[in-house]
Write a protein that binds this ligand. Structure first.
Ligand code: T6T
Length: 328
């Protein structure tokens, strides 16, 4: 029986919850008294996707607890050309605070600079942009360490030898880029018997991830392992492995833990899922935005935890509590 890897990645990620005050002075108003109710908007990376829906659930619960208004919006695809007009219209509506998961490290700088210029307190949740002046607080998983943890898990699964491939969404997305980098560095530094054969991009599309997986199998029939860096990449890669009859022959570790990934874990398509805490990211995002609006201290960088879910801990409380939800 495979050894339980269900350790909370606290050990691996060594993250400290460093969030400071949540800014709750007992009222959801800007001046803590008779002033207007604080208005926040969360712009997701993609609407309807379980990571961001779970994030929205956490944010909504925290907003209700603090008595502030929260709107949630997101593009139908993970695409900066669709997210930018949403940000522009949110800026025009002048909320007090904006929580956003930018879909591109560069393309979102201009619209978020506008938000800042309009005095909207901006908090980055999950992903970031390259401009360090944007985002009063940045809240996310330590994705590089998550990539390293994926390398440790996958190389163990394949007996520390053979070819490994990464399937990611798109370059220019801070989170998945860091996961790829962490994975590649860890494989190259510590696993001489493992050959890193590169990164293929799914454009965050399940069908495209399947295609990419199929052509990688054609090119590398002896492929030993795959690291899929997010939900759609993992879903597509996994179903291609299943259809190609590669179960047990090609091992897979995926980032994220939505319902499709959990089914693939139960079915033996994937051997481990690195589950983030999107609900906590959303809740902390609300705390930071409220603090900023009230001119209270904010925390520049807040790392959140991640857990490796395997068949061994999936049905235990520590596994169950980190699975993503399709709705609240
Ligand atoms: O992995 C998450 C998120 O952290 C990443 O930034 C984009 O993809 C997801 O939403 C999962 O699909």
């Amino acid at each position: 029986m495979r050894k339980v890897m269900g350790l909370t990645m606290a050990a691996l990620l060594a993250v400290g919850a460093t969030a400071c005050s949540n800014g709750d002075d007992g009222s959801g108003t800007k001046d803590g008294g008779s002033g207007k109710k604080i208005k926040l908007t969360l712009v997701q990376g993609m609407a309807g996707e379980e990571f961001y829906e779970t994030m929205a659930c956490g944010a909504r619960a925290e907003a209700a607890r603090l008595g502030v208004d929260l709107k949630v919006q997101g593009p139908q695809k993970f695409d900066s050309t669709l997210q930018t007009p949403i940000v522009n219209s949110v800026v025009a509506s002048r909320p007090d605070g904006l929580l956003i998961a930018p879909t591109d490290t560069k393309a979102l700088i201009a619209p978020l600079t506008q938000a800042k210029a309009a005095g909207i307190k901006t908090i980055l949740v999950d992903t970031v942009v390259d401009d360090p002046n944007i985002g009063l607080s940045r809240i996310s998983t330590d994705n590089a360490k998550g990539g390293q943890a994926a390398a440790t898990a996958l190389t163990r699964e394949i007996g520390d030898k053979g070819k490994v491939l990464v399937i990611s969404s798109d370059p220019g997305v801070s989170t998945v880029d860091a996961r790829v980098q962490g994975f590649e560095q860890a494989v190259k530094a510590s696993h001489p018997g493992v050959q890193f054969v590169g990164v293929q991009y799914s454009h965050n599309d399940v069908g495209e991830a399947s295609k990419v997986m199929n052509s990688a199998l054609a090119k590398n029939p002896d492929l030993a392992g795959v690291f899929a860096t997010n939900l759609n990449s993992a879903t597509g890669a996994g179903s291609a492995l299943q259809q190609a009859g590669k179960l047990g022959k090609v091992k897979m570790i995926g980032f994220d833990a939505g319902p499709a990934q959990v089914k693939q874990l139960r079915d033996g398509v994937v051997q481990g899922l690195i589950a983030q805490l999107p609900g906590e990211i959303g809740a902390k995002g609300v705390d930071q935005a409220v603090a900023a609006v009230k001119h209270q201290p904010v925390t520049k960088s807040i790392p959140t935890d991640a857990t490796i879910v395997t068949k061994d801990n999936l049905d235990k409380p520590e596994g169950q509590k980190v699975l993503y939800k399709a709705g609240c």
